[in-house]
Design a protein around this ligand. Structure first.
Ligand code: EPU
Length: 420
């Protein structure tokens, strides 16, 4: 039975929250383990629905997954079988496409359904496929399935037209066993890419330059198991920074890497948010008056597209006119329609939104149309007068670990109900 999240708004939050490990690293690290010829231990695995879907795919491949504790997985691909991935689990999330690069790298062949995930407008995977082709693979598409195969993968120089996170990671994984050297130019620089390269290097790969725009991969013969701890989730951390700025007296957000959040923290400071940034935590205190600001989303280290949605909710509370320009997914504005229904004053044009504030928000029925729209709705629900009822919460559960409990611990009044 589907669930809704209900929030009684208007309560002041206070306390500490510990951020979980990065969803967008985890969803690449898990598929990457199939490249190993031995058990890989991953620590800090967040309790999110995407991990369940990826574990199901591993099980289908005959990979053993042992859950040592709630956040500690031992993944053993020793008896892996490269079956066609046509199960519905593949379509539940976008990141299932990382099995393309990983299985192609390991077996020289992969056959899988089109991946799913949040609808943010068109999300092509042409750059992933071009990268595989550059390494010598042939790609065919039939009955909603991709088959990608190569007699032998050979290192190549690949220039990405767009610095795509997914294409960078997928090509990196496909290239670890390729003969010779692969160079990815105009590679994406997100911290999650460094985390995946770190895991692969611990397994025995030879990857240099992750985190810069040129990544070099020298093919090796065999990767082995290893131990890896996932980096903190900068998007979850950013979501809590926004929540704190919106409705906390004082909140300490722990287990974060502040540099990963520079683009957001400088915007929040521009808005007048009172914060102390420490080595692994940020403390936010209540501010009486927030002022409007403008953001333009950009690839890392620019302002993250995933954070513009929760930030839009905060902008409804700021004095003046704020503007969001979205350059990564120009249709990523569904949250604005939901916020308007709660009383926000927002005008959406192609690729941008103008927000006039401050507006009083009131609780009503809203939909989490995608994961970060869900985050925007949580912030709105905490601010609104009355009760906000969020539908399609499975989107939120795909990416935010134990969100209800974390908010309850801070004093939020939040609960779930099942609906027909
Ligand atoms: N693009 C192409 N062709 C491709 C690949 C990408 O045109 O082959 C375009 C996209 O349409 C987009 C831009 O390039 O306009 C950047 O897309 P990218 O490939 O970097 O995005 P992604 O890898 O599909 C990841 C995150 C997203 C996050 C984006 C941007 C994962 C699993 N997903 O997606 O996270 O918004 O990078 O930073 O890592 C989320 O967490 O809510 C989320 C959607």
């Amino acid at each position: 039975m589907p669930e809704v999240i209900k929030i009684e708004g208007g309560h002041t939050l206070e306390g500490e929250v510990t951020i979980s490990s990065a969803k967008n690293a985890t969803v690449a690290l898990i598929p990457a383990t199939v490249l190993a010829h031995g058990p890989v231990t991953i620590v800090g695995v967040p309790q999110i629905a995407d991990v369940e879907s990826l574990t199901k795919i591993l099980n289908l491949l005959g990979v053993q997954v042992e859950e040592r504790s709630s956040d500690h997985l031992i993944i053993d691909p020793t008896n892996i079988q490269n079956i066609d991935l046509v199960d519905d689990a593949v379509t539940k999330l976008r990141a299932s496409y990382y099995f393309m690069g990983a299985l192609l790298g390991r077996f020289g062949r992969v056959c899988m359904k089109m991946p799913g995930g949040c609808y943010l407008g068109p999300r092509p995977i042409d750059l992933h496929l071009k990268g595989f082709e550059a390494l010598g693979a042939k790609v065919t598409y039939d009955k909603a399935c991709y088959t990608i195969e190569a007699k032998e993968l050979k290192g190549a120089k690949i220039f990405l037209d767009i610095a795509s996170v997914g294409a960078t990671i997928n090509i990196m994984m496909a290239a670890v066993y390729a003969k010779g050297r692969t160079t990815i130019e105009n590679a994406a620089k997100e911290p999650e890419i460094i985390d995946v390269a770190t895991l692969l290097n611990k397994m025995g790969a030879h990857i240099r330059g992750a985190g810069t725009n040129v990544i070099t991969i020298d093919g090796v013969d065999k990767l082995m198991g290893c131990f890896h701890e996932i980096i903190p989730d900068r998007i979850e951390a950013g979501t809590f920074l926004v929540i704190a700025a919106a409705c906390a007296k004082k909140m300490v957000i722990k287990n974060i890497i502040p540099q990963h959040l520079d683009a957001l923290t400088s915007k929040l400071q521009e808005m007048g948010v009172d914060m102390d940034i420490d080595v692994d935590r940020i403390t936010i205190r209540h501010t009486d008056k927030l002022v409007a600001t403008d953001v333009t989303t950009r690839p890392y280290p620019g302002f993250a597209t995933d954070l513009q949605q929760p930030l839009t909710t905060l902008m409804t509370q700021a004095y003046g006119e704020s503007k969001v320009v979205e350059t990564i997914y120009i249709e990523r504005f569904k949250h604005c329609g939901e916020l308007q229904r709660m009383g926000a004053n927002i005008e959406v044009s192609t690729g941008s939104a103008s927000i006039k504030g401050p507006s009083s928000l009131f609780g009503t029925k809203v939909v989490a149309t995608d994961l970060r729209c869900g985050a925007a709705m949580l912030v709105a629900g905490l601010l609104a007068e009355g009760i906000t009822e969020i539908h399609d919460v499975y989107h939120i559960d795909r990416g935010y670990a134990e969100i209800d409990q974390k908010l309850k611990n801070l004093g939020a009044v939040i609960w779930r109900e099942t609906i027909e």
